[in-house]
Design a protein around this ligand. Structure first.
Ligand SMILES: [Zn+2]
Length: 340
């Protein structure tokens, strides 16, 4: 097995708080012999579980990056029972550009499990898969819809077959205390970060906290409070975890977006008009959007209809649309007993 070319400047097992960086080999037009730095923060004290907290796998999703930065800055060793490792922004050049993908075109969330001899994104993914995930019990990976998608704010999970792992992931998902929780599938390729962490048996907790290119104060609060509550739930940081009932809120609404028909794709390229709002309940065949044709003012817009009954949980955030782009996701309302 080739050793990872990625360097870590701090000892992730050392007690106390340490701020360092990962260094990924880089050779560019501007600098032939260089490294890309990815900041990493470790806070450790005593025996206890290890949580890996990740933001900014996609650069146009600032919600998780800011929640992770706040956590990394505020966390002290005396708050921790075990280890918290925070990488506030995994895809740092993408965040600088406010784009989903790396400037190289790489989608960090399609680069797993990675390769020590692959592209820089694959080398970084390989470091996660071979160094960071094996030493972690809990992996928190925060996402949103980014610039192109507006999601209901939710915590989420893939279905995993192992009942004990699934029960722990459901527990983590519910303890973000979002109103919506979603079980989803990957319709746009393999190689996801969470998929590799799940394969390694980790308790994976993920989110889609809004999106659309703008973050409200309420979303920032939800990102920060949910992240801390999940870490409390698993005993990694001190304090009692709270439930929605404790907070005087109604129980979570569980959504299942586990069928291809939940994901509606644009039949043609054009200008997308949504006919539905987030959280709206729709029925089968109900029109959810229309594609307009700038070059054909005489042409009727193409109507997109829901294939399933359920709740609108994602709406495309930018109107300019190419054939095959996801424009709306309609998820089925489900009972939490389905997750047993
Ligand atoms: Zn994302």
């Amino acid at each position: 097995m080739t050793e990872s070319p990625v360097l870590c400047s701090i000892d992730l097992d050392a007690p106390g708080k340490h701020v360092g960086r990962l260094q990924v080999p880089r050779s560019s037009n501007e600098s032939g012999w260089s490294n890309q730095y990815v900041p990493i923060v470790s806070v450790a004290r005593g025996e206890g579980p290890t949580a890996l907290v990740l933001g900014g796998v996609h650069g146009d999703e600032p919600e998780g990056q800011i929640a992770a930065l706040n956590l990394a800055r505020e966390l002290r060793p005396e708050h921790v029972n075990g280890r918290v490792t925070v990488i506030p922004c995994v895809s740092i050049d993408a965040s600088r550009a406010y784009t989903r993908l790396w400037p190289s075109g790489a989608n960090m969330n399609r680069s797993f499990p990675g390769s020590p001899t692959g592209r820089p994104d694959e080398q970084l993914a390989d470091f996660f898969s071979t160094v960071l995930f094996p030493r972690s019990d809990i992996v928190v990976d925060m996402h949103s819809g980014g610039r192109t998608g507006l999601c209901l704010p939710w915590s989420e999970m893939h279905w995993v077959d192992d009942a004990a792992q699934r029960a722990a992931m459901v527990d983590g998902m519910f303890h973000w205390n979002t109103h919506w929780c979603c079980v989803y599938i990957d319709i746009a390729g393999t190689g996801l970060l969470v998929g590799e962490a799940e394969r390694q048996g980790k308790i994976v907790v993920s989110t889609e906290l809004g999106g659309g290119g703008h973050v409200t104060a309420a979303i920032h609060r939800l990102a920060g409070s949910g992240l801390r509550n999940v870490l409390r739930r698993f005993g990694v940081i001190d304090g009692e975890a709270v439930t929605r009932t404790d907070l005087g809120l109604p129980e979570q609404a569980l959504l299942m977006a586990t069928e291809l028909d939940n994901y509606l794709l644009a039949p043609e390229s054009g200008l997308f008009e949504t006919l539905v709002d987030l959280g709206q309940r729709v029925s089968v065949d109900e029109p959810v959007g229309r594609i307009h044709f700038l070059e054909r003012p005489d042409r009727e817009p193409e109507v997109i209809r829901s294939k399933t009954a359920g709740i609108v949980c994602v709406v495309r955030a930018i109107a300019t649309t190419e054939q095959g782009d996801n424009v709306v996701v309609v998820a089925r309302e489900a009972d939490r007993s389905e997750l047993d």
